[in-house]
Design a protein around this ligand. Sequence first.
Ligand code: 5GP
Length: 197
Amino acid sequence: MKLLEDKIKRDGLILGDDILKVDSFITHQIDIELMKAIGQRLATVYTENKITKVVTIEASGIAPAIYAADFLHVPLVFAKKSKNVTLTDELLTTEVFSFTKKVTSTVSISHKYLSPEDNILIVDDFLANGQAASGLVDIIQQAQSNIAGVGIVIEKSFQDGRKLLQDKGLQVTALTRIGKFENRQINFLEADDAYLD
Ligand code: 5GP
C-alpha cells in the first residue's frame, strides 16, 4: 500500500536492529484517515471471501481491525490479554509471547463469539515472529471456525512470522513488507496488495 509505505518512510523511526516505531500514526496516536484506508484495503482484498468476523488482539490490532470490519460489514472480536470479572463465559485461551514486551501472557476470546460457521479474517498491526497471530489461529481453531487469511499492516519480512503462518496453510496479506533496515533506511519488498495501488 503505497500511501502507507510513504507514511512509514516519512514518520516511522527505527529503534535498535529490528523495531519500527510508528506511534505517531498507528500504535499510540492514530491517523484516522490512514487507518480507514488501511481497513478499506484489507476489506477489498477479502471482499469475495464471505468473511463473517474480523478477529484481532488488543491493543494496537484493534484500530485497523475496526475499519476492516466496518468495510466488510461484520463484527470485530478482539482477544483479551487479561482476565477480568466481566469475562464470565466459557473462554478459549492460549499463551502468547509478546515481541515488544518480552513477556508471555494468556489471551482469551469468549467461546460464544466464535463458531464453526464463522469464516475469519485475522488482522494485526505488525507481523514479526508470528506469535500473536499464531495465538489467534490457535484460539480460532479451538472454536473450529475457518480462517480465510491474515491481514497485516506492517510485516517485518526479515523475521519468521510469514513463514510460520504459511506453513500452517494460511494466506498472509501484508500491506507493507519490510525487507531490512539498512543504514537507518527502510527497504520495502513488494506488498501483497501492490496490485491494488
Ligand atoms: P509477533 O507476535 O509477530 O512476533 O509480533 C507481533 C506483535 O508484536 C504485534 O502485535 C505488535 O504489537 C508487536 N510488534 C512486533 N514488532 C513490532 C515493531 O517493530 N514495532 C511495534 N510498534 N510493534 C511491534
